[in-house]
Design a protein around this ligand. Structure first.
Ligand code: FAD
Length: 576
């Protein structure tokens, strides 16, 4: 594994948990020294729950209830243009989120996430090598030889492994060496990141949020659409984001320049600040259309490079690793054929494209706020002031602006409440066995609303069932690196088939029966509402909690159950 960001750290933890011998090398003598990714969505929390670190992250992260109130304003001390109740905190949306997952969203900067993932990976047996740089690799039919440099001594050496994962971020040398095909215009803008400590409680504690967006002269140029103050720790640590022209290069971060920007966005100079870090970064629009070659795989920003809008970066990176690692573990154990690994590319390359497009679209959508004020840019400060004043005027012109502004700000739900983007992936690959039915159409906007289904290729729906009266999520019935088989009353042939197949193939195939008098019961009836199978039907669930195969109806006989489940399992494992 190359890289200890969210992608590499989670892959190391997953593989170590699955019993794979893993070595992670990372360039610097430390983990991330800046907070960067922070929005941690429910799907990622489900992954962390499956590997047993959800609670650790919850303890250290900023909780869900402080993530609401994304605010559009002229400055923290200035005028408010509007707010977006975010990340599912709007009462009108909260139930959607609670129904979709047993997990909360949290705000966890990389400075919190990485030590948890890497520390736990190490405890579970992963070898971590700091100050070690990947230089190049060659691969043959049996393995990969990576050339590494110890950055403390300068000594170069080779490491031989069966597989190599490039989790080396947006400037991935592994992806470059693989010559992976990329699409998209590349660097489309520049942004400055300034991290500072300042007690800004008096401006924000009454409207807790992780993001405050500022309409200020020049704010819409480059960058992420407007000026931003992002909470890192409530309400004392902040990241300021402001655009710069990539062609011209970043400005000098002089003390005066940094202070001036901060004062502009806070809206007063009546506060003290201590700058802890400054860095320019590029707003990218770039994704790989193929994520692997032979024995080498790329995950995370190595293959999808996009702005932080929608908070999808580290989430998608961790989910790439979740998709890949169970497959690698099964191939390394000899229970799956190498062909299973091809499904990683087939399943995750479309996600890479989707999230890069989504994150960039969200920057473009911020332009609606300018349009609502009838502004093409903010260069004319008097005109900006006039338009802001017109918004407060009585009469039809003011009404029109107010209405347009409300709509433009509400439209930002595609950035801050894009629940469907986070949950609605439908995988199509050899690791999914179609059941001949057409994918259920989305009843609501697929970007905004998660729609559970057991259609093969979709994530197993969450429902609260009970075991001896205690609530358990259906997501807790599978995972942990193993397959599971979910059925109900009348599903005994599937349970017997699962037991026989597990013994025959040498894998764990956890049979789970849900119904009155079974090990798990469905007293709320929610599982029956979402499972889309008859009581005697079955779902074969992959270790990453995606449905691999289903039979809506009961098996006609014990033998048919064995044959159908066996065929499906062999197909998924690449033996078909
Ligand atoms: C300001 C900002 C805010 C963001 N907010 C969010 C957010 O809210 N939510 C979200 O999901 N995403 C967000 N992102 C994006 C997120 O930071 C990235 O998507 C995420 O870090 C990608 O993880 P990664 O592991 O793929 O890469 P990285 O975190 O970049 O990690 C790459 C790793 O590879 C190592 N490395 C690189 N080259 C080599 C080499 N040659 N040899 C050895 N090691 C090497 C690096 O040292 C590092 O450890 C944000 C990004 C920025 C800049």
């Amino acid at each position: 594994m190359v890289g200890s960001g969210p992608a590499g750290a989670s892959a190391a933890l997953l593989l170590a948990t699955y019993g794979v011998r893993v070595r992670l090398v990372t360039k610097y003598g430390r983990l991330s020294d800046t907070p960067r990714a922070h929005i941690t969505n429910q799907r990622t929390m489900e992954v962390l729950r499956d590997i047993g670190v959800e609670d650790q992250l919850m303890r250290e992260a900023t909780p869900w209830e402080l993530m609401s109130n994304t605010t559009y304003c002229t400055s923290l001390a200035g005028e408010e243009l509007g707010r977006v109740p975010s990340w599912g905190t709007d009462p009108g949306r909260h139930a959607d989120y609670l129904q979709a997952s047993p997990c909360s969203m949290v705000d966890a900067p990389q400075t919190i996430t990485e030590p948890i993932l890497v520390g736990e990976a190490q405890r579970r047996g992963a070898q971590i090598r700091f100050d070690t740089e990947y230089l190049s690799h060659t691969q043959d039919a049996d393995g990969v030889t990576a050339r590494l440099r110890d950055r403390l001594t300068g000594v170069e050496y080779d490491v031989r492994s069966q597989y190599l994962i490039g989790a080396d971020g947006a400037r991935s040398k592994v992806a470059e060496d693989l010559d992976l095909p990329f699409e998209g215009p590349g660097a489309v803008g520049g942004a400055l990141g300034i991290i500072f400590e300042a007690d800004l409680s008096r401006f924000v504690a009454h409207r807790p949020s992780v993001l405050y967006w500022m309409l200020q002269p020049g704010a819409e140029r480059e960058g992420v659409g407007l000026g931003v103050l992002r909470m890192i720790k409530p309400w004392h640590e902040w990241m300021l984001m402001w655009g710069y022209d990539v062609a011209a290069g970043p400005p000098q971060f002089t003390d005066a320049f940094v202070r001036e920007l901060a004062v502009k966005l806070v809206g007063t100079d009546d506060f003290e600040m201590k700058v802890t870090s400054t860095s320019p970064w590029t707003v990218n629009h770039h994704y790989a259309t193929s994520l692997a070659r032979g024995r080498v795989f790329c995950v995370g920003d190595a293959v999808h490079r996009h702005p932080p809008t929608n908070g999808l970066g580290s989430n998608t990176s961790i989910q790439d690793s979740y998709n890949l690692c169970w497959k690698l573990a099964h191939v390394l154990r000899g229970t799956a054929a190498q062909a299973l690994l091809d499904s990683f590319d087939a399943e995750r390359a479309p996600v890479a494209r989707q999230i890069v497009e989504r994150a960039n679209q969200s920057i473009a959508d911020t332009g609606r706020i300018m349009q609502a004020l009838d502004l093409t840019d903010t260069s004319d400060v008097d005109l900006l002031d006039q338009r802001l004043a017109a918004r407060k005027a009585p009469g039809p012109e003011g009404d029109k602006i107010r209405q347009a502004l409300r709509e433009a700000i509400a439209f930002k739900s595609y950035e801050f409440n894009a629940h469907g983007v986070e949950h609605n992936h439908r995988y199509a690959s050899t690791a999914v066995v179609p059941d001949g039915t057409v994918m259920p159409a989305f009843a609501r906007d697929p970007e905004l609303y998660a729609q559970p289904t057991t259609w093969p290729g979709a994530k197993l729906p969450h429902a609260w069932v009970t075991r001896r009266g205690v609530k358990v999520s259906t997501l807790d019935l599978g995972g942990r690196g193993e397959f599971s088989v979910l059925t109900g009353i009348g599903g005994k042939p599937w349970v017997d088939a699962a037991r026989a197949l597990a013994a025959g193939i040498g894998i764990t195939l956890r049979p789970v029966s849900i119904g009155p008098g079974e090990e798990f019961e469905d007293p709320y009836g929610t599982w029956a509402q979402v499972n889309e199978i008859e009581d005697g039907g079955v779902l074969l669930v992959r270790p990453d909690l995606y449905v691999a195969f289903r039979s809506v109806t009961a098996a006609p006989s014990d033998q048919a159950a064995r044959e159908l489940l066996g065929q499906a399992l062999r197909a998924v494992l690449g033996h078909g």
